[in-house]
Design a protein around this ligand. Structure first.
Ligand code: SF4
Length: 156
């Protein structure tokens, strides 16, 4: 059932958009409560929900909607900008041969996503390991997930 949801991701992108709007709406309240406290409350919820559907690794910097609702951190090499050069001819992973390359799955799913599918071509910044284990929802509100390392220049 959960894999089916990912393979037909339109519902998930719709749910993402709804959740995103909800958090933006709740942001003033969360700021008053304190992001640190909200992070402690939301983290278990986020982990339980996203781990069961996406095998979320709690990187704290969620890019799911830009990667075909496929978690890039489930790639054995944690690649966030497309596949390595080792994808097998059958589209499987060179590290775990029985697993489909997550970037093959991400591309296929993105083709079924009218809202966020085109974001597949966006360049993702290097993952900030200091955010690991924190709530990506809260990091989205604080902007911590958009901070890039010194010297990293995004070219569109
Ligand atoms: S991108 Fe990060 S936060 Fe999003 S599902 Fe993957 S590990 Fe979890």
């Amino acid at each position: 059932m959960l894999r089916w949801l990912q393979d037909y991701p339109h519902f998930l992108e719709w749910a993402y958009r709804l959740t995103h709007h909800l958090f933006i709406w709740l942001d003033p309240l969360m700021r008053r409560i304190g992001y640190g406290r909200v992070d402690r409350w939301l983290r278990p919820l986020e982990e339980a929900g996203k781990r069961s559907v996406f095998d979320c690794q709690m990187c704290g910097q969620c890019v799911l909607h830009s990667t075909g609702m496929t978690c890039p951190m489930t790639c054995p090499k944690n690649l966030r900008n497309g596949p390595c050069g080792g994808v097998r001819a059958n589209g499987h992973c060179e590290v775990i041969p029985e697993m489909k390359c997550i970037w093959v799955a991400a591309y296929e799913r993105s083709q079924k996503m009218p809202i966020f599918g085109p974001e597949m071509i966006l360049l993702q910044p290097p993952v900030n390991r200091q955010l690991e284990g924190s709530s990506a929802w809260v990091n989205m509100l604080t902007g911590a997930d958009r901070q890039t390392p010194l010297g990293w220049i995004k070219k569109d």
